[in-house]
Design a protein around this ligand. Structure first.
Ligand SMILES: [Zn+2]
Length: 231
Protein backbone atom coordinates (compact mmCIF):
# COMPACT_ATOMS: atom_id res chain seq x y z
CA UNK A 1 0.00 0.00 0.00
CA UNK A 2 2.93 2.33 0.72
CA UNK A 3 4.05 2.18 -2.91
CA UNK A 4 0.68 3.00 -4.39
CA UNK A 5 0.75 6.48 -5.93
CA UNK A 6 -2.07 8.96 -6.06
CA UNK A 7 -1.93 12.15 -8.04
CA UNK A 8 -5.18 13.98 -7.35
CA UNK A 9 -3.91 15.80 -4.25
CA UNK A 10 -1.13 17.41 -6.23
CA UNK A 11 -3.24 18.41 -9.21
CA UNK A 12 -4.27 21.84 -7.91
CA UNK A 13 -0.89 23.45 -7.37
CA UNK A 14 0.66 21.32 -10.08
CA UNK A 15 -1.81 22.59 -12.64
CA UNK A 16 -1.22 26.20 -11.56
CA UNK A 17 2.59 25.87 -11.54
CA UNK A 18 2.87 24.11 -14.88
CA UNK A 19 0.45 26.53 -16.54
CA UNK A 20 2.40 29.42 -15.03
CA UNK A 21 5.80 28.15 -16.16
CA UNK A 22 4.59 27.33 -19.67
CA UNK A 23 2.92 30.71 -19.93
CA UNK A 24 6.11 32.38 -18.72
CA UNK A 25 8.23 30.58 -21.30
CA UNK A 26 5.85 30.92 -24.20
CA UNK A 27 4.56 34.45 -23.79
CA UNK A 28 7.99 35.88 -22.93
CA UNK A 29 9.72 34.03 -25.77
CA UNK A 30 6.95 35.02 -28.20
CA UNK A 31 7.35 38.64 -27.14
CA UNK A 32 11.13 38.46 -27.59
CA UNK A 33 10.69 36.80 -30.99
CA UNK A 34 8.11 39.35 -32.13
CA UNK A 35 10.44 42.22 -31.24
CA UNK A 36 13.59 40.48 -32.52
CA UNK A 37 11.92 39.71 -35.87
CA UNK A 38 11.68 43.46 -36.46
CA UNK A 39 15.50 43.71 -36.15
CA UNK A 40 15.96 46.26 -33.36
CA UNK A 41 19.02 46.49 -31.07
CA UNK A 42 19.52 44.18 -28.10
CA UNK A 43 18.32 46.84 -25.67
CA UNK A 44 14.79 46.80 -27.13
CA UNK A 45 14.62 43.00 -27.00
CA UNK A 46 15.85 42.83 -23.39
CA UNK A 47 13.54 45.65 -22.29
CA UNK A 48 10.49 44.00 -23.92
CA UNK A 49 11.40 40.68 -22.33
CA UNK A 50 11.79 42.15 -18.83
CA UNK A 51 8.50 44.05 -19.17
CA UNK A 52 6.85 40.87 -20.40
CA UNK A 53 8.03 38.86 -17.38
CA UNK A 54 6.87 41.49 -14.88
CA UNK A 55 3.51 42.17 -16.54
CA UNK A 56 2.85 38.49 -17.13
CA UNK A 57 3.62 37.46 -13.54
CA UNK A 58 1.36 40.16 -12.10
CA UNK A 59 -1.45 39.39 -14.50
CA UNK A 60 -1.19 35.66 -13.77
CA UNK A 61 -1.37 36.38 -10.03
CA UNK A 62 -4.35 38.70 -10.39
CA UNK A 63 -6.19 36.39 -12.76
CA UNK A 64 -5.62 33.30 -10.64
CA UNK A 65 -6.56 35.15 -7.44
CA UNK A 66 -9.84 36.38 -8.93
CA UNK A 67 -10.80 33.05 -10.46
CA UNK A 68 -9.93 30.97 -7.39
CA UNK A 69 -11.58 33.51 -5.05
CA UNK A 70 -14.84 33.36 -6.93
CA UNK A 71 -14.69 29.57 -6.81
CA UNK A 72 -14.07 29.88 -3.07
CA UNK A 73 -17.03 32.30 -2.71
CA UNK A 74 -19.30 29.81 -4.43
CA UNK A 75 -18.08 27.02 -2.14
CA UNK A 76 -18.58 29.11 1.00
CA UNK A 77 -22.08 30.16 -0.07
CA UNK A 78 -22.94 26.50 -0.73
CA UNK A 79 -21.57 25.51 2.67
CA UNK A 80 -23.53 28.12 4.61
CA UNK A 81 -26.72 27.25 2.72
CA UNK A 82 -26.11 23.61 3.58
CA UNK A 83 -25.49 24.51 7.23
CA UNK A 84 -28.80 26.40 7.42
CA UNK A 85 -30.66 23.53 5.77
CA UNK A 86 -29.16 21.06 8.24
CA UNK A 87 -30.46 23.17 11.14
CA UNK A 88 -33.88 23.84 9.63
CA UNK A 89 -34.76 20.44 8.18
CA UNK A 90 -32.47 17.71 9.53
CA UNK A 91 -34.94 14.94 8.56
CA UNK A 92 -35.01 15.92 4.87
CA UNK A 93 -31.24 16.33 4.86
CA UNK A 94 -30.78 12.84 6.34
CA UNK A 95 -33.02 11.35 3.63
CA UNK A 96 -31.15 13.35 0.99
CA UNK A 97 -27.83 11.97 2.19
CA UNK A 98 -29.20 8.41 2.29
CA UNK A 99 -30.52 8.76 -1.27
CA UNK A 100 -27.05 9.86 -2.42
CA UNK A 101 -25.49 6.69 -0.96
CA UNK A 102 -28.30 4.60 -2.43
CA UNK A 103 -27.60 6.09 -5.86
CA UNK A 104 -23.95 5.07 -5.40
CA UNK A 105 -24.99 1.44 -5.00
CA UNK A 106 -25.89 0.80 -1.35
CA UNK A 107 -29.13 -0.92 -0.35
CA UNK A 108 -31.76 1.51 1.08
CA UNK A 109 -31.30 0.17 4.62
CA UNK A 110 -27.52 0.36 4.54
CA UNK A 111 -27.59 3.79 2.85
CA UNK A 112 -29.79 5.08 5.68
CA UNK A 113 -27.48 3.53 8.30
CA UNK A 114 -24.40 5.13 6.67
CA UNK A 115 -26.20 8.47 6.43
CA UNK A 116 -27.17 8.30 10.10
CA UNK A 117 -23.68 7.47 11.31
CA UNK A 118 -21.98 10.09 9.13
CA UNK A 119 -24.54 12.69 10.21
CA UNK A 120 -23.72 11.89 13.84
CA UNK A 121 -20.01 12.06 13.14
CA UNK A 122 -20.08 15.38 11.24
CA UNK A 123 -23.22 16.26 9.29
CA UNK A 124 -21.83 19.29 7.46
CA UNK A 125 -18.67 17.45 6.43
CA UNK A 126 -20.72 14.55 5.04
CA UNK A 127 -22.99 16.87 3.02
CA UNK A 128 -20.07 19.00 1.83
CA UNK A 129 -18.17 15.96 0.60
CA UNK A 130 -20.90 13.71 -0.74
CA UNK A 131 -23.48 16.22 -1.90
CA UNK A 132 -21.43 19.28 -2.91
CA UNK A 133 -18.13 17.57 -3.74
CA UNK A 134 -16.11 19.90 -1.50
CA UNK A 135 -13.28 18.41 0.54
CA UNK A 136 -10.04 19.68 2.00
CA UNK A 137 -7.91 18.74 -1.00
CA UNK A 138 -9.98 20.52 -3.59
CA UNK A 139 -10.96 23.45 -1.39
CA UNK A 140 -9.94 26.62 -3.22
CA UNK A 141 -6.92 28.56 -1.87
CA UNK A 142 -6.73 31.89 -3.76
CA UNK A 143 -3.48 33.30 -2.31
CA UNK A 144 -1.62 30.04 -2.70
CA UNK A 145 -2.79 29.71 -6.30
CA UNK A 146 -1.92 33.35 -7.10
CA UNK A 147 1.57 33.02 -5.68
CA UNK A 148 2.21 29.66 -7.34
CA UNK A 149 1.27 30.91 -10.80
CA UNK A 150 3.16 34.22 -10.51
CA UNK A 151 6.32 32.52 -9.22
CA UNK A 152 6.21 29.81 -11.85
CA UNK A 153 5.59 32.41 -14.58
CA UNK A 154 8.77 34.20 -13.49
CA UNK A 155 10.73 30.93 -13.49
CA UNK A 156 9.48 30.21 -17.01
CA UNK A 157 10.12 33.78 -18.18
CA UNK A 158 13.70 33.85 -16.88
CA UNK A 159 14.75 31.36 -19.54
CA UNK A 160 13.87 33.51 -22.61
CA UNK A 161 15.18 36.53 -20.69
CA UNK A 162 18.56 34.84 -20.33
CA UNK A 163 18.52 34.13 -24.07
CA UNK A 164 17.70 37.79 -24.81
CA UNK A 165 20.80 38.84 -22.89
CA UNK A 166 23.19 36.29 -24.35
CA UNK A 167 22.16 35.06 -27.81
CA UNK A 168 23.82 36.64 -30.89
CA UNK A 169 21.42 39.21 -32.38
CA UNK A 170 21.37 37.75 -35.90
CA UNK A 171 20.27 34.35 -34.53
CA UNK A 172 17.97 35.69 -31.81
CA UNK A 173 14.69 34.47 -33.33
CA UNK A 174 15.96 30.94 -34.01
CA UNK A 175 17.67 30.56 -30.63
CA UNK A 176 14.63 31.88 -28.76
CA UNK A 177 12.44 29.42 -30.63
CA UNK A 178 14.64 26.35 -30.18
CA UNK A 179 15.40 27.03 -26.51
CA UNK A 180 11.73 27.69 -25.72
CA UNK A 181 10.60 24.50 -27.41
CA UNK A 182 13.21 22.58 -25.42
CA UNK A 183 12.07 24.27 -22.19
CA UNK A 184 8.41 23.60 -23.03
CA UNK A 185 9.14 19.97 -23.82
CA UNK A 186 11.01 19.62 -20.51
CA UNK A 187 8.08 21.16 -18.68
CA UNK A 188 5.71 18.81 -20.52
CA UNK A 189 7.82 15.83 -19.42
CA UNK A 190 7.87 17.09 -15.84
CA UNK A 191 4.09 17.65 -15.83
CA UNK A 192 3.41 14.22 -17.30
CA UNK A 193 5.71 12.53 -14.78
CA UNK A 194 4.37 14.43 -11.80
CA UNK A 195 0.78 13.90 -12.91
CA UNK A 196 1.25 10.30 -14.01
CA UNK A 197 -0.06 10.89 -17.56
CA UNK A 198 1.30 10.23 -21.06
CA UNK A 199 4.64 11.95 -21.74
CA UNK A 200 4.42 11.88 -25.54
CA UNK A 201 0.94 13.41 -25.60
CA UNK A 202 1.92 16.08 -23.11
CA UNK A 203 5.10 17.03 -25.01
CA UNK A 204 3.49 17.02 -28.46
CA UNK A 205 0.59 19.16 -27.32
CA UNK A 206 2.80 21.80 -25.78
CA UNK A 207 5.30 21.88 -28.67
CA UNK A 208 2.62 22.26 -31.36
CA UNK A 209 0.79 25.08 -29.61
CA UNK A 210 4.09 26.72 -28.67
CA UNK A 211 5.31 26.64 -32.25
CA UNK A 212 2.08 28.18 -33.54
CA UNK A 213 2.27 30.99 -30.99
CA UNK A 214 5.88 31.81 -31.78
CA UNK A 215 5.34 31.71 -35.55
CA UNK A 216 2.43 34.12 -35.20
CA UNK A 217 4.55 36.48 -33.07
CA UNK A 218 7.47 36.34 -35.50
CA UNK A 219 5.12 37.20 -38.39
CA UNK A 220 3.80 40.24 -36.53
CA UNK A 221 7.32 41.54 -35.82
CA UNK A 222 8.49 40.81 -39.34
CA UNK A 223 5.45 42.50 -40.89
CA UNK A 224 6.04 45.61 -38.77
CA UNK A 225 9.64 45.85 -39.91
CA UNK A 226 8.62 45.37 -43.58
CA UNK A 227 6.02 48.13 -43.29
CA UNK A 228 8.77 50.43 -42.07
CA UNK A 229 7.11 51.00 -38.71
CA UNK A 230 9.40 52.69 -36.18
CA UNK A 231 10.78 50.04 -33.77
ZN1 LIG B 1 -27.68 18.45 2.09
Amino acid sequence: MENEQHYMGRSGWLRASVLGANDGILSTASLAIGIAAANPGREAIVLATVAGVVAGALSMAAGEYVSVSSQSDVENADLSREKAELEQMPEEELKELASIYQARGLTPALAMEVAKQLTQHNALEAHARDELGINEITKAKPLQAAFASAASFVVGGLLPLLVSFTAPLHNMVVIQYISSILFLAASGIFAAKAGGSSILKSVLRICIWGTLAMIASALVGYTFSQLGAPV
